[in-house]
Ligand binder design. Structure first.
Ligand code: OOG
Ligand code: NI
Length: 464
């Protein structure tokens, strides 16, 4: 079968992302309202800040902005994680990064499934933060066994989804009709199921141990628990949410507001209370809070040096606060954060000189016009100074462990604080997944490198 008959994985991911968004809008109407607020705000920002619009045009992000979102799921077993990995691979999504949430009192570890090449990200930046429950961290052995046996009985994929994954692996791709069927079949795994697989008493037992355990174990599948659009101004959204009847969490996770955004800033709002029918009930007499809303603003991907600085400043702000950021100390926390981050250059040129972020380079009209001209600059610095090469920050495509912990906590409720020590175990995660997770820093470095190579080619230079 010739390869050209196959639909590209990027296009399957774009279809899936759109289908997921449509499904979630129907399941969680507040998500639809949030999308409207975000797109109105983004339009306003683009109108008011032509320089930002220009930067987004250079990188192409302006075209992907509307469809940009991430989701999150939590799976219960190694086998589920491995198959989810194969399902995402059909859509060109690879596991990137390892996140340990145990140190934050959440018994999971996680990765992000996403496209890894800038051209694929341009077609669809859709990503899914995927967590694996760690039953081994739960010390109540009876409950652990109960959870294990319940999880062992469920099948979170439809038979047709499994068959299409196998077909794709065997043949090297899916044709249009199969790709459409795959998207519909895969959606079932992420749907909300109001029928629990456990009795009301079992639910209570799981819930008393940790709300997250009940969320993962008591249902038929790993329902998508939020879908997060990308905003260009998260402070405006945070301020605008209450008026729309959407109460946000107390503080925005991540760095403080800046001229040049870095990494990721996120805020969320409380979970919905859903009606649930436990297995010993005929009507939906119970309730469960699983799903919430989240918004994010993305900025520059940082180099190891930039990331170390970020981690240090964030830690210093938290230390100075002397507690977990919450409603009562939110203002002081934002103040401390801004003070600390004065030490982080807020200018693209300086960030580049100091080696804090990754960049993409583009040949300019002037550079192209000067091709072959005698005496033109041939080094990167010379080309930048002469305006022959333009640079923009490479956008961060991943997540942040401290922020993720804050998001988990905000929707699990503050009563859910537990102690699991610091139990990072990337090896165990990769063994469950059946492959290694990719190093996000290496991916950014490659992307930057490719943009330099493309620049050199366009400008007829040997290398940059
Ligand atoms: C995932 C929480 C983390 C993010 O954006 O950092 C997250 C979850 O609650 O399952 O979504
Ligand atoms: Ni999220």
């Amino acid at each position: 079968m010739p390869a050209q008959d196959f639909v590209s994985p990027d296009s399957i991911r774009a279809q899936f992302s759109a289908a997921m968004s449509l499904m979630y809008k129907q399941e969680v109407p507040l998500y639809g309202r949030l999308l409207t607020l975000v797109s109105e705000t983004n339009q306003q920002v683009l109108d008011e800040r032509p320089q930002l619009a220009e930067a987004l045009r250079w990188t192409g992000e302006i075209e992907r902005l509307d469809q940009e979102r991430h989701g999150a799921i939590r799976v219960g077993t190694a086998a589920e994680l491995a198959t989810i990995g194969r399902l995402f691979a059909v859509m060109g999504m690879q596991p990137v990064g390892y996140y340990d949430l145990s140190s934050a009192g959440v018994p999971v570890h996680s990765t992000a499934f996403r496209a890894v090449h800038e051209q694929s990200l341009q077609v669809s930046p859709f990503r899914v933060f995927t967590s694996l429950l760690r039953l081994e961290l739960i010390d109540n052995s009876e409950l652990r066994e109960l959870a294990r046996s319940i999880l062992a009985r469920r099948q979170i994929f439809t038979p047709r989804a499994l068959a299409l994954i196998e077909q794709c692996e065997r043949e090297g791709g899916l044709r249009a009709e199969d790709a459409r069927a795959f998207v519909q079949e895969a959606l079932h795994t992420f749907r909300w199921h109001p029928h629990a697989t456990v009795t009301a008493a079992q639910y209570q037992q799981l819930h008393d141990q940790h709300r997250l355990i009940a969320d993962v174990v008591a249902f038929k599948g790993p329902h998508i628990n939020h879908l997060t659009p990308r905003t260009l101004d998260i402070d405006a959204i945070q301020r605008g949410m209450p008026a729309k009847g959407i109460p946000p969490k107390a503080v925005i996770e991540g760095p403080p507001p800046r001229q040049q955004p870095i990494l990721l800033r996120q805020t969320s709002f409380k979970a919905l209370e859903e009606r649930v029918a436990f297995s010993d009930q005929t009507a939906a007499a119970g309730s469960h809070t699983a799903r919430f809303g989240e918004i994010e603003q993305r900025g520059a991907a940082l180099t190891p040096k930039g990331r170390q600085l970020y981690d240090r400043l964030l830690e210093a702000a938290r230390e100075a606060l002397g507690g977990v950021p919450a409603e009562a100390n939110a203002e002081r926390y934002m103040q401390l954060l801004s003070e600390q981050f004065e030490a982080f250059a807020d200018d693209l040129g300086q960030m580049r000189e100091q080696g804090l972020a990754y960049f993409r380079y583009f040949p300019t009209e002037r550079g192209l016009a000067a091709r072959g001209a005698p005496g033109r600059p041939t080094t990167l610095e010379g080309l930048v100074a002469a305006g022959h090469v333009h640079f923009e920050a490479l956008v961060y495509e991943d997540f942040l462990p401290v922020s993720a912990a804050g998001i988990f906590q905000s929707n699990l409720g503050d009563e859910a604080q537990s102690e699991y020590g610091s139990n990072a175990n990337r090896e165990a995660f990769e063994q469950a997944l059946g492959k290694a997770v990719q190093d996000e820093l290496a991916l950014y470095a490659l992307s930057e490198q490719r943009s330099l190579e493309a620049c050199a080619r366009a400008l007829d230079l040997p290398e940059l």
